[in-house]
Ligand binder design. Structure first.
Ligand code: HEC
Length: 185
């Protein structure tokens, strides 16, 4: 390479015209950084999102769970679209003096208060920083307390339960979701 060519190349780079290189390739298709566990924010407006499933009864955990899905995710399923976010509220339930859940007149658990909020979201290339056996496709997880404070970055427990759900794109309750969605107009 002669000097004229070298200085020409330097001139081009300085002008902001980047020559294709490894960095360029890595940056595509999206320049946004891949999300990791704990990175997903608690969406401020999730209560106005379509309902995924309400009132999931978990008497053994003394919990009721309400699940929401964002509009981007609503139309997709196994696999869910990039940009899908799901939010699950965990509510504690009323208990009787012996500590057992106290159902209402219809046999349903009764909500006492919000205890935690779990979030999972899917995007291109997300969640690849964990060991292969802990990967849940391109989903990442986050968890918040009832006041919206982050519960940290270690979401390996979440992964432990969601990893086996490969047939439903690592999401639980998918048949129930699909049935409920079919009734939404
Ligand atoms: C003990 C197993 C287990 C663990 C641990 C677990 N999940 Fe789940 N997750 C489930 C099951 C089962 C459901 C379906 C709702 C139900 O039956 O309670 C679910 C549902 C969800 C949903 C609603 C969408 C769906 O898959 O149906 C989100 C969001 C979610 N979990 C996020 C998390 C996050 C975040 C963590 C960790 C902080 C976590 N989960 C830990 C088993 C688990």
């Amino acid at each position: 390479m002669n000097r004229v060519l070298i200085s020409l190349l330097i001139g081009i780079s300085a002008a902001g015209i980047t020559l294709a290189g490894p960095y360029d390739i890595e940056a595509r298709p999206s320049a946004a950084p891949a999300m990791r566990d704990g990175d997903l924010k608690l969406p401020a407006d999730y209560k106005s999102w379509p309902v995924y499933l309400l009132d999931v009864q978990r008497p053994e955990l003394k919990q009721i769970r309400d699940i929401y899905i964002n509009p981007q995710g609503l139309k997709s399923s196994r696999p869910f679209a990039y940009g899908t976010t799901m939010v699950m509220e965990l509510h504690s339930v009323k208990t009787s003096a012996d500590g057992k859940p106290e159902p209402d007149a219809y046999g349903k658990l009764q909500k006492q208060g919000l205890s935690k909020v779990f979030v999972m979201g899917k995007g291109a290339g997300w969640g690849q920083d964990v060991p292969p056996e802990q990967r849940t496709g391109e989903w990442v997880f986050a968890a918040y307390d009832a006041s919206g404070n982050s519960l940290g970055k270690d979401m390996s427990a979440c992964r432990g339960c969601h990893v086996p759900l490969k047939d439903t794109d690592f999401v639980a309750k998918v048949p129930e979701f699909e049935a409920a969605r079919a009734n939404v107009r």
